[in-house]
Write a protein that binds this ligand. Structure first.
Ligand code: SF4
Length: 289
């Protein structure tokens, strides 16, 4: 729950506000860009929601905020926001919302497929989200890109009996019971339409997931950057090896995809040819960092 006493001064006057507990995860700005904008290392409300659609998206942002930093003076019925999550991105791909503080507000996604749904990284185990996921067919597999974004994985396992997948290099004593541990650096087919691609660099055992040769779930390996208007990775957020991360980026040139769906950073859609071009530009920028 946001605290009115901690309301940041640079919020525009009115109903919605961001308080000083904001961790600048960027979720609200991506979900409701007509309401939330940049403050000094925090988000801010720069324009109060004025239409039903802006209110709906502001409520989605409020529900997704990992630290409860978004509040409102008026009491709002959250149903409209709850019913909008998970939100369809395209085809059978959904953004879960309900980010977890334990994964620093990372995005998670649901792939709905007849062979069994895949939950990509872990959202908060919020009862309203869990009910919605259950209505959409539950979770058969939970793909964990790396150890930082696993949040409530054990609760999802208990609720849905899903098989969790992570690279063995990410395993710690606390998650030794994860069902499926990918070994080595070779891509592995998890199904005819699902490829786990080891991308060491950000962490030792980071992996991305390619679905249907169209959707690339990139964890913290790669994202869209509004600043450079292209695909990006950051040396400042590379915890293991920048050289290895560059090698992992080059490996992605072997694949075709039209969506980049990251944990942190913005998602992006383009033709596969344009993605290849942007990947090349990203690699060139990485060499200069
Ligand atoms: S979603 Fe919450 S923590 Fe993240 S930037 Fe917005 S207000 Fe800050």
């Amino acid at each position: 729950m946001a605290n009115k006493a901690l309301r940041l001064a640079h919020n525009t006057p009115g109903d919605f506000f961001v308080d000083s507990t904001c961790i600048d995860c960027d979720q609200c700005r991506e979900i409701a860009p007509e309401t939330f904008g940049d403050g000094p290392n925090v988000a801010t409300v720069y324009k109060q929601p004025a239409t039903p659609e802006q209110l709906r998206r502001s409520l989605m942002a409020q529900l997704t905020c990992p630290v409860g930093a978004i509040g409102s003076e008026q009491k709002h019925d959250l149903t409209m926001g709850i019913n909008s999550l998970p939100e369809q991105i395209e085809d059978s791909i959904y953004f879960c919302g309900f980010s977890s503080r334990n994964s620093f507000g990372a995005s998670s996604y649901l792939i709905v497929r007849p062979e069994g749904n895949v939950l990509m990284d872990s959202p908060r185990f919020a009862s309203r989200l869990v009910e919605r996921i259950e209505q959409m067919g539950g979770v058969r597999w939970m793909f964990l890109s790396h150890v930082d974004d696993i949040a409530d994985h054990a609760k999802f396992r208990r609720r849905f009996g899903c098989e969790r997948i992570i690279h063995e290099r990410e395993v710690r004593a606390s998650i030794a019971d994860i069902e499926c541990k990918i070994k080595g650096d070779e891509p592995q087919f998890l199904g005819p339409d699902l490829v786990a691609i080891p991308t060491p660099g950000h962490t030792r055992g980071h992996m991305v997931l390619l679905y249907a040769d169209k959707f690339l779930f990139t964890g913290d390996h790669l994202w869209w950057s509004p600043e450079c208007q292209g695909l990006s990775a950051s040396r400042a957020y590379c915890w293991y090896s920048w050289e290895k991360q560059q090698g992992s980026m080059e490996r992605l040139l072997d694949y075709r995809f039209e969506w980049v769906l990251p944990g942190h950073g913005r998602r992006h859609q383009a033709t596969s040819a344009r993605m290849q071009q942007m990947l090349q530009h990203c690699m060139a920028r990485m060499r200069q960092q």
